[in-house]
Design a protein. Structure first.
Length: 97
C-alpha cells in the first residue's frame, strides 16, 4: 500500500519565529483603538439631548455649541484616530533584523 502523503514534521525551534508573519496588531494598536472608540462614543453622546415632547414649541437648545461643534468635532477626531490606530505599525528594533 503505497501512499504519497508526506508526514508532518514540525519545524526546528527558531525557524518558525524567523519565517513566521508578524501579528498585524500589537498592544499599542488596541490601546489607540480603545481611546478612539471612547472619543467616538463621547462625541455622539454630546450630540444627544432631551426629547422635545414635554415642551410645546421650538427648543433652541439644538443650536448649542455642544451639539453643533463639540460633539461632531470629537466624533470626527475619534474616526481619524481610529484610522491611525489601524494603520500604525511600530518600528522594529535593530536587534530583530
Amino acid at each position: 500500500m503505497n501512499t504519497n502523503r508526506q508526514s508532518y514534521r514540525p519545524a526546528p525551534a527558531g525557524i518558525a519565529e524567523e519565517t513566521g508573519a508578524q501579528k498585524p496588531f500589537v498592544k499599542r494598536n488596541f490601546i489607540f483603538m480603545g481611546i478612539s472608540l471612547a472619543m467616538i462614543i463621547i462625541g455622539f453622546v454630546l450630540m444627544t439631548g432631551s426629547a422635545n415632547g414635554d415642551v410645546p414649541g421650538f427648543n433652541e437648545d439644538i443650536f448649542s455649541f455642544r451639539r453643533i461643534v463639540l460633539g461632531p468635532g470629537l466624533a470626527f477626531l475619534g474616526f481619524v484616530a481610529m484610522a491611525f490606530a489601524i494603520i500604525y505599525t511600530p518600528r522594529q528594533s535593530k536587534e530583530n533584523h
